[in-house]
Each structure stands twice: as C-alpha cells, then as structure tokens.
Design a protein around this ligand. Sequence first.
Ligand code: AKB
Length: 316
Amino acid sequence: MISMKSENILVIGANGQIGSVLVEYLREIYGVGHVVASDIRQPEIETGIFEQLDATNAQALAGLVKKYKVTQIYHLAAILSAKGEQEPLKTWDINMQTYFNVLEVARENQVEKIFYPSSIAVFGEQVDTKAEQWSYLDPSTVYGISKVAGENWSNYYFKRYGMDIRSLRYPGIIGYQSMPGGGTTDYAVDIYHKAVKGEVFECFLKADTTLPMIYITDAMDATVRLMEAPKEKIAVRTSYNLAGVSFSPEEIAASIKQIIPDFEITYKPDFRQQIADSWPQLIDDANARKDWGWRPTYNIEKMTQEMIKELTKKYE
Ligand code: AKB
C-alpha cells in the first residue's frame, strides 16, 4: 500500500546504477514533480527535476532540502567495494561525510524519512556460507567498513533523535537499464551485455564463486515496500538482510547459454576475487519477510530471459 500523503523526495546519487532506475520508479508512484534527482554529474538526459549536488557540501544539500520542502531522502551516493580499495581513506571520507551531511541536514530540517543503502559487504570472514540478520560484521573492504558504520549511525539517530531511517543490505544488483561501477558484483551485469553483443566475456572472478544477487525489479520493490511500511513494523534499525538469488559465474553463463548457445566465458580472477571470497554466498532475510512482507519474484532463469530480451532491444 502506497501512502496517499504527498511526498517530496530527494534522491542523492541519482545517476548511478540504482539511482537512475529508482528515480523513474519513484516518479511513477509519487509523481514527476515530487521526485528531485541529484548527482555530482549532470545526467545524459533529464526526465524531471534535476539538481547538480556534491553531497560532501552540507550547505548545498540543506539548500535543496529547503527549496523543495523535502520529506524523504534516498542517499545512494557511495564509492563501492572494488573502487574503494584503490583509495581507502578517500572512500571512507566520502562515504561517511556524505552520510553525516544527510543525517544532520535531515535532523535540522525535520525530513521525515531517510533511505540508507547498506550492502552484503558488511559481512566478512566470520560468516561461513550464510549470513543471518545478526551475524558478526567484520568487513574486508573500506566500503564494507563504511556501511557497518553507517548502519550503526542510522540506529543511533533513530534512538537518540527518533529519526525514521530505513535500510537494506543490498546484494549485487542486476538490471538492464544502467551499468554498475566500482563493485565486485559488476561482472553479473557486464556478462549479459557481452553475451548479447556476441562477445567473449572475461570474468574477473573464478567460475565457482557464488555471491548473493538480486534482480533490479525485486530490488525496487523491496526498497519502496520498506519505505512505505508502517513505522511500527520496522524492527531492525541498523539494516535489513535482503536476498534475491545466489549464483556463480558458471551458473549464470549456463543460464545465458540456454538462450545464446554459442556464448563463451573465460576466467581471469583479479584482486576482486579476495573481496568476493570474504562475502557470504547466501543471505537469510527472514526478518524482512516477517516484518514488512518481503518476497523476491525473480529466479536466475526469469532474470536471464528478461535481461537478454531487454538488452537485445537496446543493441538492435
Ligand atoms: C559491490 O559489489 O561493491 C556492490 C555491493 C554488493 O554492495 N554491488
């Protein structure tokens, strides 16, 4: 059930893999004039209100929140796991500074709800195969460390100031609309583009590296479902585990071969293998299912069919 109350939503990091799809999804629900897209870069095409914003600049952020009487912020700007390892301290500064700005500007301006994306990168070596909601968090990347810190700050602002902050630990997100950048799960989008273009795909992970992933449609549904759930249903104020499908490069390649039989994959693992090895293979999302009715609808076959169908149209 979507609330009938009028919302003014600010999406930070709107040009990224999740942001570019989420903005359109939110505009369909809340109306084009009620969703302000913002990013440090100009978008290729503007489909509604866009504001250039460097989220490390708290004053500029406060200006937008006041200008548009913002009631909800989706804070999607972050440097991801693989890219973050190139410049650990810069990644920490950017990921944390932008989030502190969001928290403080939201507190000072009575923003009603915040969405904070966390990640399966919060888990580390202590989790063997399956991550439970309350598994130990010992992340191996600076991105993961920043997400654990962000989760705890969310909980702190909830407890101390009563702020309604909601969060999901996203697995790798697979979608045809946009490209990811700087993540360890990025291969699982790139592989479809190469397959549809008839190119050989060189995978930077080993054939049997199973990781948790989710199809973009399920990810959008989970995000808005969480944000629209009645406040009293949100029992986890750090971040909810979220599961879609888990698969390895050889499994996704096999599903592509069902449709494109001459598709070829080769393997050349790089530094991202170590990051992937530190992550769980499976996620237990029982709390999300119980608290606000989450259910994924895509398995690997359905996802592959849709990816190939949509990308074929794109490259025609
Ligand atoms: C990454 O690979 O860094 C992201 C993530 C799982 O958070 N896609």
